[in-house]
Design a protein around this ligand. Structure first.
Ligand SMILES: [Zn+2]
Ligand SMILES: [Zn+2]
Length: 218
């Protein structure tokens, strides 16, 4: 399994990165991305320190670990600058905290993130047809999430992505060890979103392609 979306004590997660990585390994994950909430106040602090860990311990993890951020509440007109800032600061993967139905994320965030070509648009909520078409064109993956609350719109995201040809990934958005769920539960969440067994396998393959693409960055 792969989780491209996790949080540590660098934002609102419960575990320091080393602990999260070990828990993920034991829970059966072969790759994770550490993607703490980032804005202008902390983007460099997160990436400098997570890169310090991933560079120093890479050979001991026995799994692939990507350093990244989840750009969160970045004003849409500034999104492209922040994606570039993240990449310049060492982010191998960049997510955007999308327009979830359970939080007041600024309208226009989904579109700005897709236009800025983030790797994954997290929990995009009631994403529009125009946005999904653009995500498909730019290769921006849309997220099906196992996280409570954000997951309310999974059915919409899955249906739109399937109809319009956008790539999906399934993430846990893990904030605590219990969020690193089993293969069986991830599968059931996928089925619950209206995906078929084949769609779920494709989402896993999409995540593997993203890992391959991102691991080569710096
Ligand atoms: Zn988020
Ligand atoms: Zn998150």
């Amino acid at each position: 399994m792969i989780d491209l979306h996790t949080h540590t004590t660098f934002s609102d997660g419960e575990l320091i990165p080393s602990e999260l990585i070990r828990r993920a390994k034991v829970a059966g994950y072969r790759a994770i991305a550490i993607t703490d909430h980032a804005d202008a106040s902390n983007i460099e602090l997160i990436l400098t320190n997570v890169r310090r860990l991933t560079d120093a311990y890479a050979h001991f993890f026995d799994m692939e670990v990507l350093a990244g951020v989840e750009l969160t509440q970045v004003p849409p007109p500034l999104m492209a600058d922040f994606v570039q800032m993240a990449r310049d600061a060492g982010a191998q993967i960049v997510l955007c905290h999308g327009e979830t139905v359970v939080e007041p994320v600024a309208q226009g965030t989904n579109l700005a993130a897709i236009e800025a070509r983030v790797d994954v648009l997290a929990h995009p909520g009631l994403i529009t047809e125009v946005e999904v078409r653009l995500a498909a064109e730019y290769g921006v993956a849309l997220e099906i999430t196992t996280r409570r609350g954000h997951s309310y719109a999974n059915g919409h995201v899955a249906a739109m992505a399937k109809r319009l040809g956008a790539k999906l990934v399934i993430d846990n958005d893990a904030h605590a060890p219990g969020d690193l769920i089993s293969r069986e539960l991830r599968h059931r969440v996928g089925l619950g979103a209206g995906l078929t067994k084949e769609d779920i396998a494709q989402a896993a393959a999409n995540a593997a392609v993203i890992v391959e693409r991102c691991r080569g960055r710096r």
